[in-house]
Design a protein around this ligand. Structure first.
Ligand code: SF4
Length: 245
């Protein structure tokens, strides 16, 4: 059974949530230019890219190509670039930083310690993210409240860092359920990562993502060898070296 058959179930208020999301995306394009969508090419992000394209909004998309993505994700990236009306830009880590880090710590530093895992995330994700966001007045993410305890209070528009960074963060799917996301994908025949059909709810770098079993927590497939509290990559963490987000 594929992800659509397993998950697509609209919540009672789906239509209202969709209208709210569309209004937020329009607001972001109208009031926060330049604005960009950060896409991991996961289910939430393909929904947002589809909405941006169908609403014909001037919101370019970017993807962080860490050098560790699954082939299925890279193939989806190529298809997205070929079909998207808005540009889909790719940001990669600084080659020299990766070479030096791998020479020093080996190919699988993420399993040695949380500090090394975070160092890897910094080189491959956080620094490229800073480049992708430079000069942007807002960015759009696929964060949902349901995804984890750490995300339970995610606001639709987060302006808490705007005074210091000049940048707001839109989370237009904050209220959506996993069933809503897949309902939208089914309804609009949105192209998605086939890893979702293999029980990967949350898709990231290959060494740090695994399938989950029925009943496991949504983010159990990310950094599964670490405590729950440590499980953010730095992209959505406040009060650290990337307090721009
Ligand atoms: S998710 Fe894993 S492989 Fe990807 S940047 Fe972080 S530690 Fe490195």
């Amino acid at each position: 059974m594929g992800a659509i058959e397993l998950h697509a179930r609209a919540s009672r208020t789906f239509d209202a949530k969709l209208a709210e999301t569309q209004a937020l995306l329009r607001q972001a394009a109208a009031q926060y230019s330049p604005v960009t969508q950060a896409s991991s090419l996961g289910a939430e992000d393909v929904v947002i890219t589809h909405l941006i394209n169908s609403l014909e909004l001037d919101i370019p998309v970017f993807v962080l190509e860490t050098g560790m993505l699954h082939p299925q994700t890279l193939a989806l990236l190529e298809r997205t670039q070929a079909t998207s009306r808005v540009p889909v830009k790719v940001y990669r880590p600084v080659t020299e930083s990766v070479i030096q880090f791998v020479a020093r710590e080996g190919n699988e530093p993420m399993y040695k310690s949380i500090a090394l895992r975070k160092a890897c995330c910094h080189i491959r994700k956080v620094e490229p993210l800073e480049r992708a966001l430079a000069g942007q007045r807002a960015w759009i993410t696929g964060l949902r409240r349901e995804q984890s305890n750490a995300r339970a209070d995610v606001p639709l528009i987060d302006t808490s860092d705007e005074a210091t960074t000049g940048r707001a963060k839109f989370n237009p799917l904050a209220n959506w359920t996993w069933g809503d996301v897949w309902h939208y994908i089914r309804l609009n025949a949105v192209d998605y990562n086939p890893l979702h059909d293999e029980f990967f709810p949350s898709i990231g770098c290959a060494p740090c993502t695994r399938a989950i079993s029925l009943g496991e927590d949504f983010r159990a497939g990310r950094w599964w060898w670490e405590d729950e509290a440590a499980k953010e990559c730095g992209l959505h963490v406040k009060n650290d070296e990337v307090s721009t987000q």
